[in-house]
Design a binder for this molecule. Sequence first.
Ligand SMILES: Cc1cc2nc3c(=O)[nH]c(=O)nc-3n(C[C@H](O)[C@H](O)[C@H](O)COP(=O)(O)O)c2cc1C
Length: 317
Amino acid sequence: MTPAPPPCFTHGLALAPMAGYTGSPFRIICRELGATGLVTEMVTAAGVSRRSVKTMRSIRFDPMERPLGIQLFGARPGDFARSAELVADLGFSFIDINAGCPVKKVLKSGSGSALLRDLPRLAAIVRETSAASPLPVTVKIRLGFTPEEPLSEGVCEMLCDAGATALTIHGRYRSDMFGGSVDLAGLERLSGRSPVPVVANGDVRTPEDGRRLMSLKGVTGVMVGRGALGNPWIFRRLSGGAASPAPGELRSVVMKHLDLTLADGAGSGAVHSFRGHLIHYLKGFPGAAGLRDAAVRVNSREDVAELVETAERRVFG
Ligand SMILES: Cc1cc2nc3c(=O)[nH]c(=O)nc-3n(C[C@H](O)[C@H](O)[C@H](O)COP(=O)(O)O)c2cc1C
């Protein structure tokens, strides 16, 4: 029988996969601050099955991230089956199938949330992935393509019959992209009928938001996306700890995040790629607009340290 995914993913606080943000460095930062469930950003099943250098590079991780899931996207069951054969040997703990990405380019290939309109294909992908790997398989879905064509209540049973051992449900429709508010009733309509654990996702920014999702029938865990950008402390807060960084903590966390990024081998581009995170870290500080302007111009580790110290001084003196 296929094992269940780790309870730290299904029954805890998971960091949502966010392409461009949740590489190994940020996952480590979030794990240290209380994120129990981690999964890689989406990578193409075809790329993994071919062991493409770029794809393999993007899925490198630190052993302390385990148990870690790998998220695959694609449209051809055979690609998933071939990559599923490889990933247990790479040290991943479970395989997550992306059936929620709303981006046009992804949809054009029949992947991501296009699969919500082609459930037989999604079922075949889940079936072939589970058959090819000893690892548990999970699926990340949305509520449907549009509110006018919601997924049927039995979709969780169908995915479970195909081999899924847990589901993540983002409580929006593809047509919402990332806007609008989460449809809690729509989420519970699906989670309430799920035979396997459901991780609920969408708009968690406060402990109350987390509790609201956890109160839905069938929901066993919560996943946080944008609320964690620049605010990995959200995981500490959701587990009952302090909400804001203590004096000096912003600097230590940001610099550790940057150092992990530099060590990850992105070379001189690492500081530039870090600007996206830095902007988020500086949100909400007095004079945030000026800090943001400076953040998009940092070129060195020293620039980052100086900027973060400036921000901290404005709060703690
Ligand atoms: C920049 C960005 C990149 C994302 N990349 C992925 C991805 O690679 N895989 C995936 O399943 N979802 C991806 N998502 C969706 C998130 O995992 C999550 O479902 C969504 O942001 C809703 O959660 P939130 O309201 O807490 O942000 C991405 C979202 C954002 C904003």
